[in-house]
Design a binder for this molecule. Structure first.
Ligand SMILES: [Cu+2]
Length: 175
């Protein structure tokens, strides 16, 4: 049995003017939002430029441990609470399924935040202000931060990383 060959093909038909208008509108919008990304990177105040260096998870882990030992003031549910001096290098380690340590930072002071992963890609999402950064294993992901609001913030993981992903919640205080 043969299906025969059609005599008319859709790609030979002219575009409907209405469809043409929408193809143009979508095209123009794509160009605008593509320009908006670099524009907002330089003009918005919510997207700090990121620095990153190669580092093994073991070395990042050791640096985080040294940092915790130096400035630890206590524990919350087994997680160390650390009060680092202003203008210092501060560390947060991500792993399946947690963030350590819990930091207590001072409002208006600047810090150099190092984010590292022990195993796989995690997403550092600071709530409720909704700042989001990738935490890529094998890299020291650095952010220069100056907290502007006091309060208790939670760090949720927004890159799916396994069965306990939804339990991967950290904490950060700004006083
Ligand atoms: Cu995760």
């Amino acid at each position: 049995m043969s299906l025969g060959s059609p005599t008319k093909y859709w790609w030979d038909e002219p575009l409907d003017p209405y469809e043409k208008t929408w193809v143009w509108a979508a095209g123009v919008f794509c160009v605008l939002i593509t320009i908006a990304m670099p524009f907002w990177h330089y003009t918005g105040d919510q997207n700090p430029s990121q620095e990153y260096y190669k580092i093994s998870p073991e070395k990042f882990d050791a640096a985080t441990e040294r940092f915790i030992t130096a400035y630890k003031v206590g524990e919350e549910q087994g997680i160390p609470v650390v009060v680092p001096p202003p203008k210092s290098d501060i560390f947060i380690r991500a792993h399946q399924f947690g963030w350590e340590p819990i930091l207590k930072l001072k409002v208006g002071q600047s810090y150099k935040l190092h984010l590292g992963s022990m195993d796989m890609n995690h997403g550092f999402s600071l709530q409720p202000i909704n700042m989001n950064f990738q935490v890529v294993p094998g890299w020291d992901n650095i952010l220069n931060i100056t907290p502007t609001t006091t309060g208790v913030f939670h760090i949720v993981c927004n890159e799916y990383c396994g069965l306990g992903h939804h339990t991967m919640i950290g904490k950060l205080y700004v006083e």
